[in-house]
Design a protein around this ligand. Structure first.
Ligand SMILES: Nc1ncnc2c1ncn2[C@@H]1O[C@H](COP(=O)(O)OP(=O)(O)O)[C@@H](O)[C@H]1O
Ligand SMILES: [Mg+2]
Length: 304
C-alpha cells in the first residue's frame, strides 16, 4: 500500500493490501480478492475461503477428472470511498440503508452488515464505512442497454445455454413478478419517506439465474424534492432524477406498461422535457470532470 495515501483515494487496492489494514483480522482461512466488477464509490472484494481458492487454482479430482471449480464468495466486502464529516453522518447513512431494507425486504436487496471502522493508515484516526454483504450471482440488469422486446428472455438464454424455452419462460415470468414488486416498493419508499436508492449505476441491479432481482448498491440513497432544484449527490451526480428515469425504464421498457408517462404524476414531474434537458447537461458536466479525474490518475474505473 502506498504509505500515507488514504485508501479511499486509491484507484486500486489489492486483496493483499486489504489484509494489512488495521481493522482487518489477517486470518489464514480467508482470502480477499478484488472483485472483477467495480464502481466509483466503493472498493469491492470477494471474501473467499482459502481452501476454495486452492481448489480453484490447483483443481480437484471429481469422478477421475481434474476440475477447477470457481471459488464462490462467502461474502462481499465493501469499503466506501465517501468521507463522512462525523459519526452521526455515518449513522444517518446506516439508518437510510436500514429503511431501504425495510421497504424492499431481503428478497429484493443484497443485505449487508454495515460497520464503521477506525482507519489509521494515514497516520491519524479516520472513520470509514464498510459492509459485509451477501454475494449475488447473476447478470447485470442494465437499464441503459436494453435491446428488443425480449430483453429478459435473451438475458436468460445468454446466461443458461442448455435450458429449454419453457424453463426460461418461467424465469422470465419470475423476473417480471420481481421487477413489478421492486417498482412498487421503491414507489412506496418515495411517497412515504421521500428517498430513492441509486438505480442509475451499471451493476446496481442484478438478476439471478432463477429470475430473482437484487439491488446490490445500497449506499447512495438520496432525497427526493418536488421542486425545480435538481439535487446532486455527494459526487455531484443527479442521482435522484436519473434513478427515477431508471424506474420508468423498468416499468415502461421492461415490463412494457402501456399507460403513458404523462398520466403518472411522478414521471410527469421528473421526466418533463425541460427538466430532462437540465439533467442531461449536469450529467455531461459530471462525465467531463470524471474523465479529467481519470486522466490525473485518481480513478481508472467505470462510473458507479
Ligand atoms: N453483493 C454483491 N454481489 C454481487 N456483485 C456485487 C455486489 N456488490 C457489488 N457488486 C458489483 O460490484 C460492482 C460495484 O458495486 P456497486 O455497489 O455498484 O459499487 P459503487 O458503490 O462503487 O457504485 C457492480 O458491478 C456490482 O454489480
Ligand atoms: Mg454502483
Amino acid at each position: 500500500m502506498s504509505q500515507g495515501i488514504d485508501i479511499r483515494d486509491q484507484a486500486h487496492l489489492s486483496g493483499k493490501e486489504v489484509k494489512k489494514l488495521n481493522f482487518i483480522k489477517d486470518s489464514k482461512n480467508l482470502v480477499f480478492r478484488k472483485y472483477y466488477r467495480s464502481g466509483l464509490r466503493s472498493h469491492i472484494f470477494e471474501v473467499l475461503l482459502a481452501a476454495d481458492v486452492l481448489k480453484e487454482t490447483q483443481g480437484e479430482i471429481i469422478d477421475g477428472i481434474r476440475m477447477f471449480p470457481r471459488a464462490r464468495p462467502i461474502k462481499m466486502f465493501r469499503i466506501l470511498r465517501n468521507r463522512f464529516k462525523s459519526k452521526e453522518a455515518i449513522f444517518q447513512e446506516i439508518k437510510r440503508y436500514n429503511s431501504l431494507l425495510n421497504f424492499l425486504g431481503p428478497d429484493l436487496i443484497a443485505p449487508s452488515e454495515e460497520f464503521v471502522a477506525d482507519y489509521t493508515g494515514t497516520g491519524e484516526s479516520q472513520i470509514v464505512l464498510c459492509g459485509l454483504q451477501e454475494y449475488v450471482d447473476g447478470q447485470i440488469l442494465d437499464p441503459w442497454r436494453l435491446f428488443g422486446d425480449n430483453y429478459l428472455m435473451d438475458l436468460f438464454q445468454s446466461m443458461l445455454h442448455r435450458q429449454t424455452v419453457a424453463e426460461n419462460t418461467k424465469r422470465v415470468e419470475n423476473a417480471k413478478k420481481n421487477i413489478i414488486s421492486f417498482v412498487k416498493k421503491i414507489r412506496q419508499m418515495i411517497s412515504r419517506i421521500g428517498y430513492i436508492p441509486d438505480l442509475a449505476g451499471i451493476g446496481n441491479l442484478i438478476l439471478t439465474r432463477a429470475g430473482d432481482l437484487k439491488l446490490v448498491d445500497i449506499n447512495n440513497i438520496v432525497k427526493i424534492k418536488l421542486d425545480d432544484t435538481i439535487l446532486l449527490d455527494d459526487w455531484g451526480y443527479p442521482s435522484c432524477d436519473v434513478s427515477i428515469e431508471v424506474l420508468s425504464i423498468l416499468e415502461h421498457d421492461i415490463l412494457q406498461k402501456k399507460s403513458p408517462i404523462e398520466n403518472d404524476p411522478l414521471y410527469c414531474f421528473f421526466l418533463s422535457p425541460e427538466r430532462r434537458k437540465k439533467v442531461t447537461a449536469i450529467e455531461k458536466n459530471f462525465y467531463a470532470n470524471l474523465s479529467s479525474k481519470v486522466l490525473h490518475g485518481s480513478f481508472d474505473i467505470d462510473p458507479f
